[in-house]
Each structure stands twice: as C-alpha cells, then as structure tokens.
Design a binder for this molecule. Structure first.
Ligand SMILES: NC(=O)c1ccc[n+]([C@@H]2O[C@H](COP(=O)([O-])OP(=O)(O)OC[C@H]3O[C@@H](n4cnc5c(N)ncnc54)[C@H](O)[C@@H]3O)[C@@H](O)[C@H]2O)c1
Ligand SMILES: O=C(O)C1=N[C@H](C(=O)O)CCC1
Length: 233
C-alpha cells in the first residue's frame, strides 16, 4: 500500500517506521513547508498534523479521490461538515480521537461503567488526562470522547475544564514532561472512589492502530470509525 503522510511530526514518523516494517511505502510526506500535493501514487492518506490544518488536509485527499484517515485532534467542531463533504464526494473517511487498541477497549469499558454508575448519583465522575508539553489542544481528543460517553447517560450536558461547574463534567487536563497519553476516570462519593485508567507507554499503539485502519479502509467507501475496524462495541 502507498501511504501519504499528511503531517510528518512525532506521529508521522512513528507511522512511517511501522508502515515500512509492514512492507508499505510512503508516497508523500507533508509538513508545514509543503506546497505541492501530488496524490497520484497514493492508496491511502493518513493525517496526523495540527488542529488548524486537519480540515484542509482531509479535503485535499477527498478531492483527489484518496481514502483518508485522520488522527489529528482539536478540530472536531467541523467533523459533521467533513462527514457531509466525504459523502458528497462519494469518498472514504475515518476519524478516531485515539487509534490504539487499548484505548478503544477502554472506551467500551467506560461506556459499561458509565451505564452502571448512572443509577447511583451519589458518585460524581471526573476525568484526568495527562500529556507531553508539546501538545497543542486541551483537553485531549480522547478525553472528549470519554466525556461524551459519560454525558450520554448522565445529568451532565457538557464537559468543563473548570472544577465545580454544576452542569459540566470536570476534565483535569495536565501537561508535563514527555507523557505519551494517560487517561483516568474516577467516580467519587463521600465514602469511596472507583477509578479506571489507561496508560500509553509509547506512541506505538496509536501508530499501529492508524496503519491497521488504513489497511482495512483502503478499498472501502463511506465514513467509518475504529469500532468498524476492530469490530467491537
Ligand atoms: N488519534 C490518535 O491516536 C492520536 C495519537 C497521537 C497524536 N494525535 C494527534 O495527532 C496530531 C499530531 O500529533 P504529533 O504528536 O505528531 O504532533 P507533531 O507536532 O509532532 O507533528 C505535527 C506535524 O504537523 C505538521 N504540520 C504543521 N502544519 C502543517 C500543514 N499546514 N500541513 C501539514 N502538516 C503540517 C508539522 O510540520 C508537524 O510535522 C495532534 O493533533 C495529536 O493530538 C492523535
Ligand atoms: O500526543 C497527543 O497529542 C495525543 N493525542 C490524542 C488525543 O488528543 O487524545 C491521543 C493521545 C496522544
């Protein structure tokens, strides 16, 4: 498979290493300095860039008739527009806030736990996410997915970065050192606490998940998620 890397930073480079090990080739590497986009030798585009450019990257791939995977976070206010654009183009698009198998299993665990806890309002949920200091967006895309799952079955109608907002599920967003990505959900009552936690040890799981998604999506048409790829949930 010939892969265009839209964004060639920490994730683009991790994806390249795994892709080459799996006998794929890299047809295009796009960074902030790239002005020419030639998709003619590309089977799938993988976008891990920056929030301000994700939409342009996705559109460019769809315009060229190339299936596109996006892992860039921080642009999701335009997700529905991209879904409509993909359908208009009869294209192929998959976004995931987190591509790792572990986090996608963790999403399923979060859904089950939040369903269970919705019957016990004495327990108040909160989310803590910790990432490296270069990260541009806050909270993380993964934390937003986790929050949306809890909001779906609770009295909260939004998430909030401020503690003590009565309608907002609190997300504590921490930036420190080189942490690849840690997410913890805790339900606190006056009597006790219940927590679930996912810790990424490196970026390998994100990069491997993106390649697996690219291999899976290559010859398909439509809008997909990691649940389709992993056949879970
Ligand atoms: N979904 C997931 O599983 C997952 C995992 C890790 C990171 N991410 C997200 O992926 C994104 C990238 O993460 P990273 O750690 O590789 O960041 P990074 O800062 O290391 O790399 C970003 C890259 O984007 C490039 N870029 C900047 N402007 C561009 C433009 N106009 N067009 C194309 N490329 C441009 C930069 O040159 C850089 O190479 C972030 O949004 C991050 O939150 C998602
Ligand atoms: O390093 C990052 O940036 C990450 N971003 C994703 C997010 O925002 O959830 C996934 C984890 C790593």
């Amino acid at each position: 498979m010939r892969i265009a890397l839209l964004g060639y930073g920490k994730m683009g480079k991790s994806i390249e290493t795994i892709a080459v090990n799996r006998h794929h080739s890299i047809s295009l590497k796009v960074s902030s300095h790239t002005s020419e986009f030639d998709f003619s030798d590309t089977d799938v585009a993988i976008d891990f860039s920056v929030p301000t450019t994700a939409v342009t990257n996705i559109k460019r791939a769809l315009d060229a008739g190339v299936p596109v995977i996006s892992g860039t976070t921080g642009w999701l206010d335009q997700y529905d527009t991209m879904v409509d654009y993909c359908k208009e183009q009869n294209g192929t698009f998959l976004y995931a806030s987190n591509f790792s198998l572990g986090v996608n299993l963790f999403f399923e665990l979060n859904k089950k736990l939040s369903d269970l806890m919705s019957g016990f309002p004495e327990y108040k949920p909160e989310i803590e996410e910790t990432h490296h200091i270069q990260k541009l967006d806050s909270p993380s895309g993964t934390a937003i997915t986790l929050a949306d799952q809890i909001i779906d079955v609770s009295a909260y109608n939004s998430w909030s970065l401020e503690m003590g907002n009565p309608n907002g599920l609190y997300i504590n967003s921490i930036r420190t050192d080189n942490v690849p990505g840690t997410h913890e959900i805790t339900y606190n009552s006056d009597i006790d606490s219940i927590s679930i936690k996912h810790t990424a040890h490196s970026r390998q799981g994100f990069a491997m998940g993106a390649i697996i998604a690219a291999e899976w999506i290559k010859d398909k048409k439509g809008v997909f998620s990691m649940k389709d790829v992993l056949n879970i949930g």
